[in-house]
Design a binder for this molecule. Sequence first.
Ligand code: SF4
Length: 382
Amino acid sequence: MGQDFPLSPIAVYLHNPFCLRPCPYCSFYRVAYHQKQQAEYLGLLIEELKLWKREIGRKISAKSVYFGGGTPALLTAEGINNILQEMHLEPDAEITLEINPIQITPTFVQELQATAVNRISLGVQSFDDEMLRLLGRRHHGSDIPAKMELLRDAGYENISLDLLYGLPAQTPEMLLTDIEELRKQKPQHISTYLLTLDEDSPMLQDIESGKIPHLANDDLAADMYELVCELLTGAGYTHYEISNFSLPGYESRHNLSYWHSEPYLALGASASGWLPPWRYDNPASIRKHQNNIRKQVLMPHKKRRQGKAAEEDYLMMGLRLTQGIDRADFERRFGRDVTEGREKTMGKLLFCRMIELDDNWLRLSESALFISNVVIGELMWR
Ligand code: SF4
């Protein structure tokens, strides 16, 4: 990679796989928290950053840093500072930390203020205590206003809240209550997720054995998505990406790098990065990842994504944005207009009002957002 590494500042993702307790619906790579192992893993992330520094001959220059997980707030404020010291941060860099609401205490927030973290992503998921119990979350809906107050009093003014919907036996009325509670918190950003379960998740097994009720079926899920979009846009949020909403100017700059197919570096076990033309996946195993770093192997399992493959990645990511993809940018990257070779498919999708096309943009229509995978798939396989 060396001299091919992007010169301009890039987005950097760091994965911390430790969690205090596994949530029964989760399919991310995560391991049970253990203080000593967490400290060793922090050392590993720092080693990985130093290795990148040696590889490219300078510190990584970051325009955004995203601490995700797992539970990245377990890295502690001191650990976060130690990591950030190994990078060159742009003066206006967006530094996001995902936090579990139970971690927010006056002491935690005070320590956090000594770091460069300036954006918080809070895993609220729901305000309904029964839903939170089923999800294995340890906070209560009524805890959130005080947590938000602590963060705001400490000067955090860029807060994103996560909302899960399509939960076991959740009705539209229950979702409406959740959204109303969420709106009352006036976050700058909201990420919404339809709950889906992997085959081996404990929650799916509990549903199949009749222990807990079913998730929303496709029709109900579509109605719920519509409700989410309607209520959040009605409250002044811009629906800028299929599942993401923000107040003006508070879009996730880090995630925009993904959706614009800009390069990003990913560090830590199970993290995936994009340094054109390479996509790489770090192994979903701390031990294997550690072996790689010790042997000075960066970008294991890398795949070259060029030509048609890069074009497909670009469409897959860019069409998630409601503004769509910039036809001029597509042409600059791939040497031809996005419609070329797709005339028949696009004609069909335009006729069905699944896409919109003007001189500058190609985008999914509003009614296609919920079934985006199907529509984007059509455009990819033309
Ligand atoms: S949902 Fe988050 S906190 Fe829960 S197990 Fe998964 S990564 Fe850990």
